[in-house]
Design a protein around this ligand. Structure first.
Ligand code: GLN
Length: 562
């Protein structure tokens, strides 16, 4: 008799008490430990806002926009999933309230509801379920981790909880709820408090959802009496309450969860067993080798990042640059170096709050992507400093565009060199609007309409780019509306800045670099290499950048010793 195909299992991860306690990392780590148990795992992120995708969100407020291979603009958690699961996700895996309503309304307009009254319940939850199942099918997943954004008790995510509840009713053995909660230790008390978690459990129960496992985040591990209290409140066994204290590296969390037997609890509750197949063993081994490499760092590399998306009230956040940070870390591990990041707000160079020659202390300078007018001159100042002082430089997207402009201005003598994005009248358009973008901008069709996702590029013979990639053709993810104007390419080249990578049809400049006679390592990309950097496959550009930065550091040390 033919064996019946096992139904896909679904693990819904919801958050209690407050946001920002690491629900995304918890979900990714759960995915990882189940991969290590031999299962094909994939993930879905649900964000409860109305925006159809994450492309229109302000990075200061919402952090980085993570672009998938297929060009979908999503939340930074999708980056965590891709990095932990070592897998490229697709647009089906990212859901927002806006995207679901848009789909339901489109279907209604197309008469797909056959004259029925289309209601919030059940039609919205049903559309959510359909989308989750579609994602599972597309990824051929045996287990799907579905993270519901926001915190329980919020009005916004109630329909997603309803979808989860409806799934549980249909497939009680295949659906699991994990509540990620937080246990504060108020300074004046010095004691870990369980009450907010108890309340979160109750709030979740009010929406008809009963947690199967509770991950108790906190500064410290959870002790037995407190586990007992939470178990009491949730009607769970003590072993279903998982202690999840702060740990210095997020990549150690899967192993920590395994020690806490979280994998066993999940598998048990889903009525499945750990597979002892070769894939499982290989997966576990690769991850172990990686986590070990994070602990054997003999050297250091001090990298200055000159960004512009930091402030949120009185707090400086680096959320807008998560993928860049991770990509640098992996490159450090490969080079056996701890990468120490130093953040500069480019505006501070403009106002004089920070002197640009502060940058001389660093081993490498990175200028990441961005939009709009603020802090642009400060970015140019930093790029010029890197160029003139032979400091290893990596420019990403906007960082590449500004590198071309700075060079055109200060080396090629085009005083009015600028980008069309800034709309400065009478400027020389070194960076110009891409042809296919002109109409879109005019008609204000701005959401989801940039040049997005993976495109191939060809690398020029003898270039630094080709040497670094060790390949002549690459595929990288993009997110931009503007491009380096090909008309200026010959002039830049004459002065020592070449285009070392072109889009395969030969039209769009993709990578620029300085002649090695002018600079040891100055390279910048129109695409976002950081989006494809993974723990198990660090990105060659970042690896080379950190390698060069360490060389500079050693040379400087040698000079000092003399
Ligand atoms: N603002 C620039 C553009 O739209 C750069 C985009 C980016 O850095 N992601 O082309």
């Amino acid at each position: 008799m033919k064996k019946q195909k096992q139904k896909t299992k679904y693990i819904f991860v919801v958050g209690g008490v407050m946001s920002g306690v690491g629900k995304g990392i918890t979900s990714s780590s759960i995915g990882k430990i189940l991969q290590m148990a031999g299962y094909r795992v994939s993930a879905v992120k649900i964000d409860p806002y109305i925006n159809v995708d994450a492309g229109t969100l302000n990075p200061i407020e919402h952090g980085e926009t993570f672009v998938l291979e297929d060009g979908h603009e999503t939340d930074q958690d999708m980056g965590n999933y891709e990095r932990f699961l070592n897998q490229s996700l697709t647009r089906e895996s990212y859901i927002t309230t806006g995207s679901i309503y848009q789909k339901v309304i489109q279907d209604e307009r197309a008469l797909r509801y056959d004259g029925k009254t289309v209601s919030v319940v059940p039609h919205i939850p049903l559309a959510v379920i359909k989308q989750i199942q579609k994602a599972a099918k597309k990824q051929d997943a045996e287990i799907m981790v579905v993270e519901i954004g926001g915190t329980v008790g919020e009005y916004e995510n109630i329909l997603f909880l309803e979808a989860a509840r409806m799934m549980k009713r249909k497939q009680p053995d295949d659906v699991l709820f994990v509540l990620v909660s937080y246990l504060p230790i108020p300074k004046n008390l010095g004691e870990m408090k369980t009450k907010p978690t108890q309340q979160a459990i109750r709030t979740l129960q009010e929406s008809g959802v009963f947690p199967d496992i509770i991950v108790a985040r906190g500064e410290k591990p959870l002790d037995i009496p407190r586990k007992e209290k939470i178990a009491q409140a949730s009607l769970l066994n003590r072993e279903d309450i998982i202690s999840a204290p702060d740990i210095s590296s997020i990549y150690d969390i899967p192993e920590y969860f395994i020690q806490e037997k979280l994998d066993q609890r999940i598998l048990h509750k889903l009525h499945i067993r750990k597979k002892r197949n070769r894939e499982a063993q290989e997966e576990a081994k690769k991850w172990e080798t990686f986590t070990r490499s994070t602990k054997k760092l003999r050297d250091k590399a001090h990298i200055a990042i000159v960004g512009k998306y930091f402030s949120s009230g009185d707090f400086a956040l680096t959320d807008a640059y998560v993928s860049v940070i991770e990509a640098l870390k992996y490159a450090g591990f490969t080079n056996k170096a701890k990468v120490i990041l130093h953040w500069f707000n480019s505006r501070d160079f403009e106002t004089g709050k920070q002197k640009v020659n502060e940058l001389k202390k660093y081993d490498g300078i990175l200028v990441p992507g961005g939009f709009g007018n603020t802090g642009i001159n400060g970015k140019d100042m930093a790029i010029r400093y890197a160029r003139e002082h032979a400091i290893p430089f990596l420019g990403l997207c906007l960082g590449m565009q500004r590198a071309a402009i700075e060079f055109a201005k200060n080396v090629c003598g085009i005083e009015n060199a600028e980008s069309d994005e800034r709309k400065i009248r009478g400027s020389a358009p070194i960076i110009t609007t891409m042809e296919e973008q002109k109409k879109l901008i005019k008609e204000k069709k701005l959401g989801g309409s940039m040049r997005l996702g993976a495109y191939r590029a060809r690398l020029s013979k003898g270039s630094l780019a080709r040497k670094v990639y060790k390949q002549d053709e690459i595929s990288e993810r993009h997110r931009h509306r503007y491009e380096l104007n090909p008309e200026y390419v010959p002039l830049l080249k004459k002065h020592g800045m070449r285009v070392s990578g072109w889009s395969v049809e030969g039209k769009l400049p993709e990578i620029i670099e300085l002649d090695r006679k002018l600079h040891p390592f100055f390279i910048a990309t129109q695409f976002h290499p950081e989006l494809q950097a993974r723990p198990l496959s660090p990105h060659p550009l970042f690896v080379a950048f950190i390698g060069e930065s360490m060389k500079r550091r050693k040379n400087l040390q040698k000079k000092k010793e003399k």
